[in-house]
Write a protein that binds this ligand. Structure first.
Ligand code: NI
Length: 258
């Protein structure tokens, strides 16, 4: 059994065949899927979807590219949404310096990230963090603001040195399709060094489809391709990878609820 610990099934790319996508996941052995919002509206949508599908769970939060969606009422609205059944995380939240070049708006991203970390602590929920080209500031914020919290740096793209600091905090790295790409750079080195109890697998569907589906719409069933590549890089069997990544996901996201 596998768990896809990060995707976006409320995306309009899935409007026509969401149920088929989830049944294909089950056939592939992906029995649980964690689906993340990125705005208040999509956070509400992921909780509605979770109600309708067994094995589907929700994370709620405001993505760093969506900070214009955030005002002084947002955290209390998110807290209400987080109280719904099958909400297992705050996310995805974090920093995106790839799309945001303005230093003032980057500071706003940081402030909103920290507010949502505080919210996760109040609600006793784990956190799913987006860090794109903002490794230094993300790590700094986790080290100073994430006390008492656990979570994952989803779609990990940092260095091995940064990963070691993340593991020291007891946080996971999330591994996605890019591990299967020919130009996956330093990621194989990072996953080779990762302790077993610090790795999650995810798709980030509809984005970042793994080889051999690269360039197509991604979907939770394809997390098996990420697991196969992980087994290959780490010299493990697919069964071993399935067992420990599932145990890790259960422990982080599903242990305290459901
Ligand atoms: Ni995502």
């Amino acid at each position: 059994m596998f768990i896809d610990t990060h995707c976006h099934l409320e995306d309009e790319n899935f409007s026509d065949d969401r149920a088929e996508v989830l049944s294909r996941a089950k056939i592939a052995g992906v029995e649980k899927v964690i689906n993340f919002g990125s705005t208040l509206k999509s956070s509400i949508a992921v909780t509605e979807l979770a109600k309708n599908f067994s094995g589907l769970y929700a994370g709620v939060g405001i993505h760093p590219e969506e900070i214009d969606d955030f005002d002084e009422k947002t955290c209390s609205r998110l807290a209400e949404v987080a109280a719904r059944e099958k909400v297992v995380a705050i996310g995805e939240i974090g920093l995106d310096y790839h799309w945001e070049k303005d230093s003032g708006r980057r500071l706003i991203q940081q402030k909103i990230f920290i507010e949502q970390l505080d919210l996760a602590r109040q609600l006793n929920l784990p956190v799913c963090v987006h860090d794109r080209e903002a490794h230094g500031d993300t790590l700094k914020i986790l080290q100073s603001e994430a006390h008492g919290l656990r979570g994952v740096l989803h779609c990990y793209s940092g260095s091995l040195e940064t990963a070691r600091e993340v593991w020291k905090l007891g946080w996971f790295i999330g591994v996605d399709g890019p591990l299967t790409f020919k130009n996956s750079a330093k990621l194989p080195e990072v996953v080779k060094a990762a302790p077993r109890d610090m790795i999650l697998i995810e798709t980030d569907a509809p984005y970042l489809a793994p080889t051999p589906y690269r360039g197509k719409r991604n979907e939770p069933a394809y997390v098996v391709e990420v697991a196969k590549k992980l087994a290959d890089v780490r010299g493990e069997t697919l069964e071993e990878v399935a067992a420990y990544t599932t145990a890790n996901a259960e422990e982080l996201y599903l242990g305290t609820r459901n």
